[in-house]
Write a protein that binds this ligand. Sequence first.
Ligand code: OFO
Length: 161
Amino acid sequence: MKKTVSKLLNAQVNKEFFSAYLYLGIAKFFTKQDLPGFANWYKVQAEEETEHAMKIYDYLLDQDEDVALDKIAAVNVDFKDALEAAKEADKHERYITAEIEKIMDAAVKEKDYRTQIFLNWFISEQEEEERNSKEMITKIEMLGSDKKNLYLLDKELGSRE
Ligand code: OFO
């Protein structure tokens, strides 16, 4: 594998772990707000992010590359309300999509066909990630201002496994 591609994949391992960290932070925010359903939804999301990181970790090692486990940045979870937390998640997913696309660009440039196939899964996954985070904003905007509706939404989000 070309260095340009392995370096970007390596950095993405860290970014996916940061995503997990961010979602754990958001889950903590909702736990403190007494909204356990929201907290559950973001905890499940954090688990998914760890899986994403591990997919890249395994891929790099399978290709006889090294994996640098760098420091994970601190997370700021000082949100004003549920909407601000959901918007932060959405902004982050759009950033992650751009980062995945950068790796794909490098893989195309280096004619690294194997990595292109590997990254296809992430390209599709990011479409789902963006849809989910956008839907969360819409739901909070529609229902969040009414306490009873917020309670019902919290119940719904609690069922995510
Ligand atoms: Fe790994 O997809 Fe979200 O960040």
